[in-house]
Design a protein around this ligand. Sequence first.
Ligand SMILES: Cc1ncc(COP(=O)(O)O)c(C=O)c1O
Length: 368
Amino acid sequence: MDYEAPQFFHVMRYATEAEGDVIDMVSGDPDWDPPSALRDGLREFADFEPKQFQYPPSEGLDRLRELIADDQGIDQSQLVITHGAGEANYLAMARAFERDAGDEAVLLDPVYPYYPAKINMIGGTVRTVQTAPDGDLDVDVIAEAVSTDTAVIVLNTPNNPTGAVYRIDDIRAVVEIAEDHDALVVVDEVYDKFDLSGRFTSAQTIDSDHCIVTSGFSKSMAITGLRIGYAIAPAAHIGAMKARHMITTVAGSRPGQYAVLRALEETPPSYYSTTRSLIAERIEAFTTALDGVGAAYTTPHGAFYVLARFDGFPGTLENIERLIDEAGVAGMPGDAFGAGRADWLRFALVTDRTTEAADRLGAYFQAR
Ligand SMILES: Cc1ncc(COP(=O)(O)O)c(C=O)c1O
């Protein structure tokens, strides 16, 4: 697995350049609308006075930080607004390594490929541990892997790509293991609004100096292009993270932050429940069609990805390209997420053609 070059962009380009009609289920780019107040916020921003087009506070617009802090029940000082959850993850990981408390990251397999790529870039080494077969946290396996070399343990819940939603008690147990070894736990909650199980609880409810939560609005508001995320960190770490954010980026984008704050002020809970229902319907349609062709698959408890396995067709890049060319369906190779799901293919349910995609897959594999 080449951690340095996540394959998303390669596969997306391959699918775009393919000759026939291809159903795109590669990346996690939502195809549904952002909240209407978000669009209003962007329009309104365009007419603001010149002062509003200049640097915002580096840690983020005050009103946006106030809204997030109130929503999460945290002190505003613990919060930094970032360029997506991606930057928040980088800040948290870099903080873990700059403490001289180890040079190893414990990551779970399957893994969101940007985590090991970031760890490599920061100069750390990666130790991978397997999750349970259903993608759930295996606290004992993590306990065995953690040592005095461990600087950070990275968790993602609801999970990309397995759809697992971790129990808060299990996350707390991992934080306690980290505390015993002076490591940090980073919990990436960017899919927090896509909990289909009802058991998601944010890790920011865990009272520990060793736990940092990252999240953002890319998925929840269907705005991966606006790049608005955040990190919530204890007092011991937030200052260093804000400093790194300021030195690497100066500050985030003001129009995006303004639009998100307008959306947070005005968007009713029904916006999120409607998108959750849409995802649940797509999961049902896609997995029912997969049943019809005897494929194995995961039924996600959260996020919006399905892992599927077809006999004799491992989840390699070559096979993904074959499916694009011969079946007209684009997914991601399972081996991009680590060895544990190398036989699987990942499909993002970000198209209203999910049933058609599953039918195409069915026809393709029946004919093979
Ligand atoms: C687990 C995970 N974390 C972070 C990100 C990136 O989020 P953002 O767009 O907020 O940087 C993604 C995007 O797919 C993701 O799946």
